[in-house]
Design a protein around this ligand. Structure first.
Ligand code: MN
Length: 475
């Protein structure tokens, strides 16, 4: 499962006009080509920028934007108002554009060349003028475009373009998110419910139900050879901890998870699914709850959430695409540390903690679940890494979905927990423990979340605006 959406690219559209003659336009083209080449070679942008013909007429702009909508490989448009570009000619194309738009407010020259500048220079390099003309139309059209301001060769400007590109690709991929639910929601739980048809209309998420027997059929078809090959891969990647089990009993248990990993992956890939849910209350025909199997699939980019929580599974897939699957995964609030000055929240799940968040080499252990009635499942155990990031939940309020975003500081646990049979991640919330936790609860944020120590609040908010999702930021 690739998290980087196939081959994506962005189109660079430079605004100008015919008023100053062909020589001026040819200079604009040279500037635009140089800027495109340098930005592409900077190593800062995750996707290539493809320069288009100069935008000098309404017909040209309209046909460009139609082409952007039509071509799957084009994830969005970056515009630059090099020379004053009368904005009436942008109206029709901008209205038609269905993909993310970034207005780069920059200028070819960094400084004003006082000693040599004449009126020709002024007319050619008037982005300050054109930015306002163009910005007026985008504001009036209520276009949820991003605006990045500053000299284009600066790393902090390129960083902002890169962050937006990742959001734009995630926006495009949002309409390709397909969740397979093995079983329904966990009984009696409220926050995991929601309106699936509204999620498809607003966010593009397809959510399909399967009986667990459909998956069991795939599990039964996995061969011993396939399991042995995957088990050898585990040996290369993880520490083995037999605990109280004999080597044979331990291996037999781990190999059950290997067969689940192969079967779930095959099932998902056959149906074009890139996210899934399980439910420990619905495991007919399975000996274990999928633990290690789920963790391995998360690590390779599939979205996941437990207890039938399809909203969080889809959100996980979305943020994995946005973050290139770096330090991003499904999480659950578990236990508070309330000692003054050390307040924090222990994050975990009964098994399925995402290895992209690991700070150390995970080890495989086998341990009873102490919930449900199945055999002791194998899982990866590790400590979470440190870093600043965001934790995000999506709740259904009946009339609308609401995204809740809390900034967090994760830190590596220092005290060993030898009896804890699950991976653990520890963080404190912004602005502080009391106010952050209170705001989360007041806003109805769920216990199932997706955390990312790679993404920023601004990126999640940019996505929320693109899909018209209500959001609250706690920071
Ligand atoms: Mn849960």
């Amino acid at each position: 499962m690739s998290t980087v959406a196939a081959k994506k690219q962005f189109w660079f559209v430079v605004g100008s006009q015919h008023l100053y003659g062909e020589a001026a336009l040819s200079e604009v083209k040279t500037h635009a080509q140089t800027m495109t080449d340098i930005l592409n070679k900077s190593g800062m942008l995750p996707y290539p920028l493809i320069l288009q013909d100069l935008a000098v007429s309404a017909d040209k702009i309209t046909s460009l934007m139609k082409e952007v909508n039509y071509r799957d490989e084009v994830a969005g448009v970056i515009t630059w108002m090099h020379t004053f570009s009368p904005a009436k000619m942008w109206i029709r194309g901008t209205k038609l554009l269905q993909k993310p738009l970034l207005h780069l407010a920059t200028q070819y020259n960094e400084s004003i060349p006082w000693a040599t500048m004449d009126m020709d220079f002024m007319n050619l390099n008037q982005a300050a003028h054109g930015d306002r003309e163009y910005g007026f139309i985008n504001a009036r059209l209520k276009k949820q475009n991003k605006i990045v301001v500053g000299y284009w060769e600066r790393p902090e400007v390129q960083r902002q373009i890169a962050d937006w590109m990742d959001v734009a690709v995630a926006f495009n991929e949002s309409f390709n998110i397909k969740v397979a639910r093995f079983g329904d929601n966990m009984r009696n739980v409220g926050v995991t419910e929601g309106d699936k048809i509204e999620a498809q209309i607003q966010l593009g998420w397809t959510v399909d139900y399967y009986g667990i027997g459909d998956l069991v059929q795939y599990i039964n078809e996995v061969t011993d050879e396939e399991v042995d090959a995957l088990f050898a891969e585990y040996a290369a990647l993880y520490e083995f901890d037999y605990g109280p089990y004999s080597k044979d009993a331990w291996e037999a248990s781990v190999k059950v998870q290997a067969s689940y990993e192969i079967a779930i992956k095959r099932f998902l890939d056959h149906g074009g699914y890139n996210a899934f849910t399980t439910n420990f209350e619905d495991l007919h025909g399975m000996m274990q709850l999928p633990g290690l199997a789920v963790q391995r699939l998360m690590a390779s980019g599939y979205g996941f959430a437990g207890e039938g929580d399809w909203k969080t599974a889809a959100l996980d897939r979305l943020l994995k695409v946005m973050s290139h699957n770096k330090a991003t995964g499904f999480m659950e609030d578990y236990t508070y540390e309330l000692m003054a000055g050390q307040e924090s929240i222990l994050q975990s799940h009964m098994l399925e903690v995402d290895p992209t968040l690991a700070s150390n080499r995970p080890k495989i252990i086998v341990s009873p679940l102490s919930i449900g009635d199945r055999e002791a499942p194998a899982r990866l155990v590790f400590d979470g890494r440190s870093g600043d990031g965001v934790v995000v939940s999506m709740a259904d309020f009946g009339t609308h979905f609401k995204l809740l975003i809390n900034e967090v500081s994760a830190f590596e646990p220092t005290i060993p927990a030898p009896k804890l049979p699950v991976a653990r991640v520890l963080w404190n919330v912004k602005p502080n423990f009391q106010d952050g936790v209170k705001a989360w609860i007041e806003n109805g944020g769920g216990h199932h979340t997706v955390v990312s120590l790679h993404l920023t609040t601004d990126q999640v908010v940019t996505y929320a605006r693109l899909v018209d999702l209500e959001y609250v930021v706690i920071k």
